[in-house]
Design a protein around this ligand. Structure first.
Ligand code: AMP
Ligand code: MN
Ligand code: MN
Ligand code: MN
Length: 309
């Protein structure tokens, strides 16, 4: 199957481009191993992908091996947890050179923060009636990977305290609820600095998913750009085309590049790798044309495609 390089502009194609720059594996709260994730990406016709597990690059080596085998371009990445004005903001780092520079120590401190946070979440859920919360969350995780809120959500469901994961977030773990412990995460600008120091591109994740007003989202984008952030996810999964066009204007006003990703976590839901709304025609530039990433466009997949001709 010959593969073509990615376009340098968003021309308003009716179908999404075969690139997904936001996905999770068993290295964080995803259900598929990096190898199985790459296989599914290939099955679905993607040519370029980034593995962006929460606060870790632990799955990247395995994904890179699988991608090389499959002839896909894999960009190392991570999704860092940060805080901005009391809100938990996620920043995707696209890291062509992997983890280096200050990001190495940054990831170590994220792992520690995540572990301490799990202890605090457990204490709070114990008060709500979930005995041995930490052990139960660990049981749900089923491995030694760092714990996340979804593990606590499943523990609440398993204990019969809530009917489903959605309710667990709504009542106990979501924004502003007792299990939403943000205090341990670094500030937005600090985490962003780690990504820049690693030679990466910092991408504001799912900016439409925080329930912010347009004005407040503008302030977030201002601070993000001022701290050296280069891009934001113009499309994250499925979204309203009018919202996308409006967001594109906000990015363009600040000279930010546009990324796209599914935020895929597990099969069987409404999202799969590559499933997202197409990007409308816009002057906002695709993130893969950023000088730090441009080499990936003509990378191994394009070469493998050329070799196959
Ligand atoms: P954490 O990284 O531990 O803060 O957990 C955040 C993760 O929880 C997100 O990346 C999602 O995978 C998941 N999540 C957040 N909100 C919800 C929700 N309402 N329903 C299900 N999963 C959610
Ligand atoms: Mn997640
Ligand atoms: Mn996120
Ligand atoms: Mn994510």
């Amino acid at each position: 199957m010959p593969m073509t390089a990615l376009p340098a502009r968003f021309e308003g194609d009716p179908e999404p481009l075969p690139i997904d720059l936001h996905m999770h594996s068993t290295a964080s709260d995803g259900a598929l191993s990096p190898t199985d994730l790459v296989a599914l990406c290939r099955e679905r016709g993607l040519t370029h992908l980034a593995l962006t597990d929460h606060d870790t690059l632990a799955g990247v080596a395995e994904a890179a091996a699988a991608a090389a085998e499959a002839g896909l371009v894999l960009l190392p990445g991570t999704e860092l947890s940060t805080q901005w004005r009391g809100i938990n903001i996620h920043v995707v780092g696209l890291l062509p050179e992997g983890a280096r520079g200050r990001l190495v120590a940054g990831l170590a401190s994220q792992a520690e923060a995540r572990e301490r946070r799990a202890g605090r979440i457990a204490e709070r859920l114990e008060k709500l009636g979930l005995d041995d919360a930490l052990a139960r969350a660990r049981e749900q995780a089923g491995s030694e990977r760092p714990l996340g809120r979804p593990d606590f959500a499943r523990a609440l469901v398993a204990a019969g305290l809530v009917p489903d994961v959605a309710t667990a977030f709504k009542k106990h773990l979501g924004d502003g609820k007792p299990g939403d412990v943000k205090a341990l995460w670094p500030g937005l600008a600090e985490a962003l600095g780690w990504i820049l120091d690693a030679g990466g591109v910092a991408v504001l994740a799912h900016p439409l998913r925080h329930g912010l007003t347009r004005r407040k989202r503008g302030l977030l984008l201002d601070d993000f750009a001022a701290a050296g952030g280069q891009a934001a996810e113009l499309v994250s999964g499925f979204q309203n085309p009018d919202a996308t066009r409006d967001l594109a204007r906000q990015l363009q006003e600040r000279g930010l590049y546009a990324s796209q990703g599914s935020d895929f976590h597990f099969p069987g839901g409404h999202l799969a790798p590559g499933s997202m709304s197409p990007v409308p025609r816009t002057a906002t530039l695709p993130v893969w044309t950023h000088p730090r990433l441009a080499a990936c466009v003509g990378g191994p997949a394009a070469k493998a495609g050329a070799d196959a001709l």
